[in-house]
Design a protein around this ligand. Sequence first.
Ligand SMILES: [Zn+2]
Length: 168
Amino acid sequence: MNRRRFITLLLTSGAIIAFSAKGYSMGWFGTDKQKDIGVFPYQLSREEWKAKLDKDAFYVLRDHGTERAGTSPLNDIKEKGVFHCKGCDHPLYSADAKYDSGTGWPSFFQPINDNAIGTSEDNTLFATRTEVHCANCGGHLGHVFPDGPKPTGLRYCMNGVAMVFKAA
Ligand SMILES: [Zn+2]
C-alpha cells in the first residue's frame, strides 16, 4: 500500500465513521417522536398543574389520558364561540369548525389558526396515531385522524375535559 492510497483509505473511513455517527445521532435526536414537544411558552411544574386543574383535566392534559366517550357536556354545544385550552386558556377551535362525528368526543375539522395546536407521533395502544396538544402549554388534547369532513378531511378528536367553551 503506497502512502497516497493509505491517506485516501484513511479519509474514506473517516468519512464513513462521521456519516455513521451522524445517522446514529439522527436516530436518537432527528427522528425524535416528540420533537415538537419541548419548551412551551406557558410552563408550570407538575405540582403547579395539579393545583390548577381538576383531577379529570389533569389526567388528560398532563398524563395523556382519554375521557370516556359521550361524557363531555361540550359534545352538545352548537352555538357560536371558541373552545379554549383548560390548562392555559389558549384559543384552540372555533365552534364553526365543530361537527358531529358520532364518536362521543367533541370533534372539529380544523384548529382556529396555525398557532393553536401542535402534533406529535403517538405509538401507544399498538398503533401509530397523531397526538394533538396545545401549542401554548403542551397539554394533551386528543388525536387527529384522516377521516374527517370537507374541506380538510381531518377529524380532530378532542377530550372535552381538556377544554373550556366561551360563547361568542
Ligand atoms: Zn394550553
